[in-house]
Design a protein around this ligand. Structure first.
Ligand SMILES: *[C@@H]1O[C@H](CO)[C@@H](O)[C@H](O)[C@H]1NC(C)=O
Ligand SMILES: *[C@@H]1O[C@H](CO)[C@@H](O)[C@H](O)[C@H]1NC(C)=O
Ligand SMILES: *[C@@H]1O[C@H](CO)[C@@H](O)[C@H](O)[C@H]1NC(C)=O
Ligand SMILES: *[C@@H]1O[C@H](CO)[C@@H](O)[C@H](O)[C@H]1NC(C)=O
Ligand SMILES: *[C@@H]1O[C@H](CO)[C@@H](O)[C@H](O)[C@H]1NC(C)=O
Ligand SMILES: *[C@@H]1O[C@H](CO)[C@@H](O)[C@H](O)[C@H]1NC(C)=O
Ligand SMILES: *[C@@H]1O[C@H](CO)[C@@H](O)[C@H](O)[C@H]1NC(C)=O
Ligand SMILES: *[C@@H]1O[C@H](CO)[C@@H](O)[C@H](O)[C@H]1NC(C)=O
Ligand SMILES: *[C@@H]1O[C@H](CO)[C@@H](O)[C@H](O)[C@H]1NC(C)=O
Ligand SMILES: *[C@@H]1O[C@H](CO)[C@@H](O)[C@H](O)[C@H]1NC(C)=O
Length: 402
């Protein structure tokens, strides 16, 4: 719209200056860092432009409500009694301004925005250490207020007692119809399911999906092959387990009696059916590519590659790198392994694909860096790095603002 009013001279200078995209990075060291990625004639530059300590002490997850211009941050509160939820308004240049902040149950690690059937919107938080899910009502001005908390218990520890001493909700996922919230619970070997009241948006727990005992479900993603919710294709759910190192797909149906029903379709190691991960590998994040054809998983602690240390002056300086797995999504819900690519360092806890899917930003927790890689949209293959920012502390999440 604005572009049409540019004179050709202005337009030319706009192209020469290149296009800037902002990303937000959360780190356990207390900061949310704004990164700016500029691209000019096919070459990229990535730099840090702002830092904000409003989500301290231990930012663990970012949720960008891009259309409304607010960023929600969860702080895990690793060494204090409570976690926190904070909201920021987002300026055009990526500067953040704290709007609201409240103490929560300990250990929030993820969130999802849901609701809006009657204009009201809410945010649900998964509390790993707190064995709980909480929800908060959002206001159009970026403030929020406590709605509810649900605590879970385990009668006895799971098969991996060191990690399954208690329920550990790890993510909140909205189903494609927007009517259900799924919560992989690493401690309880369940994917908990919640419906919610259309008016109050209070959550109600429904019959959960039970996964393999000791597998520790962490994150998941929904996929509809035709890309249409409520369309003619089956809805599939992909669950990545951290302890079992697996990805499992389920065909999802919506019984008339309510809730969700699941039929397991396919399972493999996150390296694919015919390979084995090194012991100690802990898969973390999973995402469907924007073109709806590929599934990407990050593998922590597999040290599968030797890479040149990013930013090192000494070109023979090498280090071990963990990996990203790419699978092709098949219409029947099965997966075909396509590629294992270097993740750019150690502990790729989280990654985000940009809107067109030609770049992937990886948050490397133990390397304290964010690396952005090119990605071939057609083949789904992850390629060379186009930018790195180091010294970010224990990075937990990176999101694109576009
Ligand atoms: C842009 O890249 C092309 C191909 O690499 C090159 O021929 C051209 O000179 C570049 N233009 C500018 C303005 O850098
Ligand atoms: C903060 O933590 C304390 C101790 O666990 C707990 O009793 C309290 O309910 C928490 N506050 C909130 C707002 O969840
Ligand atoms: C929420 O619903 C209102 C009216 O029903 C609609 O105009 C608005 O776009 C919706 N917002 C989101 C974020 O879906
Ligand atoms: C934001 O909205 C809430 C709820 O509608 C209201 O209570 C509060 O006063 C508003 N705050 C500001 C600063 O406008
Ligand atoms: C579902 O299939 C029917 C019959 O082929 C077709 O008319 C309809 O457009 C399809 N709906 C969607 C959402 O693809
Ligand atoms: C993977 O292993 C299965 C079972 O052994 C075999 O049928 C299949 O052909 C193998 N696929 C590849 C790509 O090697
Ligand atoms: C990484 O894997 C090794 C085994 O290969 C294991 O000994 C180590 O505890 C793991 N480290 C972490 C931080 O999970
Ligand atoms: C470059 O790094 C290698 C491997 O770490 C090391 O052996 C070598 O001494 C370094 N060279 C310089 C000039 O620092
Ligand atoms: C932070 O990263 C270092 C490695 O750089 C690792 O040893 C440490 O356990 C990490 N701490 C947290 C809280 O993630
Ligand atoms: C966190 O890391 C950023 C980026 O390197 C640094 O500027 C900041 O001082 C660190 N914050 C803390 C509290 O250590």
């Amino acid at each position: 719209m604005g572009l049409l009013r540019f004179s050709s001279t202005l337009l030319a200078s706009f192209i020469t200056l290149g296009q800037a995209t902002n990303l937000y990075v959360s780190s356990y060291n207390g900061s949310i860092t704004t990164l700016e990625l500029t691209s000019q004639n096919g070459s990229y530059q990535l730099r840090s432009v702002y830092e904000n300590a409003g989500c301290s002490p231990n930012p663990s997850w970012l949720n960008l409500d891009q259309p409304h211009g607010y960023l929600y941050c969860q702080d895990e509160g690793l060494t204090v009694a409570n976690g926190s939820l904070s909201s920021f308004s987002v300026a055009e240049d990526g500067e953040l301004t704290l709007v609201d902040k409240a103490a929560t149950i300990t250990g929030p690690v993820n969130s999802v925005i849901y609701g809006n059937r009657t204009g009201l919107r809410s945010i649900a938080l998964a509390h790993y250490a707190g064995s709980a899910v909480s929800s908060w009502t959002l206001s159009p001005n970026g403030t929020f207020s406590f709605l509810q908390s649900e605590f879970f218990t385990l009668a006895q520890p799971g098969p991996v007692p060191s990690r399954q001493d208690a329920p550990h909700p790890h993510e909140t996922i909205l189903d494609p119809t927007g009517q259900f919230i799924l919560v992989p619970d690493l401690g309880a070997d369940l994917v908990r399911i919640f419906g919610f009241d259309a008016t109050t948006e209070r959550l109600t727990e429904l019959t959960p999906l039970k996964v393999v005992p000791g597998s520790g479900p962490r994150h998941g993603a929904f996929w509809t092959p035709d890309g249409v919710s409520g369309g003619n294709s089956t809805t599939f759910l992909y669950i990545v387990t951290e302890l079992g190192q697996t990805v499992t797909s389920y065909a999802v149906s919506y019984p008339a009696a309510g809730g969700l029903a699941f039929e397991e379709v396919y399972t493999s190691k996150t390296y694919g059916a015919n390979r084995t991960e090194p012991a100690g590998t802990a898969p973390a994040e999973v995402a469907i590519s924007p073109d709806n054809r590929f599934l990407v998983i990050s593998n922590r602690n597999d040290s599968a590659f030797s890479i040149q240390s990013p930013g090192a002056d000494n070109s023979s300086s090498v280090e071990l790198s963990d990996s990203l797995s790419t699978f092709q999504l098949n219409q029947d819900g099965t997966l075909t392994f396509r590629q294992l690519a270097p993740a750019g360092g150690s502990y790729p806890r989280q990654f985000s694909l940009n809107k067109v899917g030609d770049l992937v930003a990886v948050g490397l927790q133990y390397s304290g860096r964010v690396v952005i890689f090119k990605r071939d949209v057609e083949s789904g293959l992850v390629g060379d790095s186009v930018g790195v920012v180091q010294g970010l502390g224990n990075v937990t999440c990176v999101v694109w603002d576009e």
